[in-house]
Design a protein around this ligand. Structure first.
Ligand code: NAP
Length: 283
């Protein structure tokens, strides 16, 4: 078997077009969806990420402001900025780029974001809403993975999904979304003794670890859907995922590439969450 690739770039283009159209409709109601991105410090990777997010907003007709502060900014100053943005009617989504400098408590900062503007979906209120099946913002990466399944017409109902990784931003919300979609979900992590025992039984595998070759062909059931969230560098410095793509693609039914898979979907779902936040204002 040779797996079909799920093209995250093509799906992103399609969804961003939808965002642009819905944003245009909102503008007719006098509302331009607005995202505020806060960056503290000079982390080079974070600078690239926030630039990409702001550009994606502009390309889709969303208003976006980037607030870039020096690493010496105090926690109190940052909390005051978040509170000001909470009260700003032109802003429908607030994103504080992580990691923050070590003297700032990231959890306290995230908890200061008004839940109705928490478009990253990292607030405890968003996590709680997801847990109990109430409306709220879904974290962008797992939300994007669900959209990828939807795009291939794959219904997780009754399927066995194995999520590798249990972080608050990817693994756990991914498991909750799959559970909500009526999959039977197994969550594996660094203390799972025999990962392959679980993955070999899975109809869907989501790898969100941050280590190359965590999933190899011998660990995959023929025909399974494999979603690779990981972002790593190979020996030549090239971007790669957690999955041995060449090997697994010979066994799986569907597979997401890295790059060009989950990565572009994450920013796309940030745009979608910001749009949906603004849409809630007009019901
Ligand atoms: P994280 O917070 O470091 O979590 C990694 C998870 O993997 C942990 O739960 C850890 O288990 C588990 N793990 C580590 N080694 C393992 C092993 N050998 N077998 C099974 N599980 C293992 O990372 P994250 O933030 O979730 O991100 C995961 C990866 O996705 C990273 O490469 C990150 O760069 C990437 N990512 C990509 C996007 C995107 O847009 N494409 C977005 C977010 C993240 P313990 O809990 O036991 O430590």
């Amino acid at each position: 078997m040779s797996a079909r690739a799920i093209d995250g770039n093509a799906l992103s283009r399609h969804l961003r077009h939808e965002v642009s159209q819905r944003a245009a409709t909102l503008r007719e109601h006098g509302i331009t969806p607005g995202l505020a991105v806060i960056l503290v410090g000079e982390n080079p990777a974070s600078q690239v990420y926030v630039r990409n997010k702001v550009k994606a907003c502009h390309d889709s007709g969303l208003h976006s402001v980037l607030e870039h502060y020096p690493a010496a900014m105090t926690e109190a100053e940052l909390l005051a900025r978040v509170q000001a943005l909470n009260a700003d009617p032109a802003i429908h989504g607030i994103l504080v780029q992580l990691p923050l400098p070590p003297h700032i408590d990231a959890h306290r900062v995230i908890e200061t974001i008004a839940p109705h503007k928490d478009v990253d979906g990292f607030h405890v209120a968003s996590a709680g809403a997801l847990m109990v099946g109430q409306p709220g913002f879904k974290p962008c990466t797992p939300y994007g993975c669900m959209k990828m399944l939807e795009s291939i017409g794959y219904d997780p109902k009754g399927k066995h999904a194995v999520v590798i990784g249990r972080s608050n931003i990817v693994g756990k919300p991914m498991a909750m979304l799959l559970l909500q979609a009526n999959a039977t979900v197994t969550v594996c992590h660094s203390a799972t003794p025999d990962l392959a025992l679980h993955t070999r039984q899975a109809d869907i595998v989501v790898a969100a670890v941050g280590k190359r070759n965590v999933l190899t062909a011998d660990m995959v059931k023929p025909g399974a859907v494999v979603i690779d969230v990981g972002m790593n560098r190979d020996d030549h410095g090239k971007l790669c995922g957690d999955v041995d793509y060449a090997g697994v693609a010979k066994v799986a039914g569907w597979i997401t590439p890295v790059p060009g898979g989950v990565g572009p979907m994450t920013i796309t779902m940030l745009l979608m969450n910001t749009l949906e936040s603004a849409e809630r204002l007009v019901g």
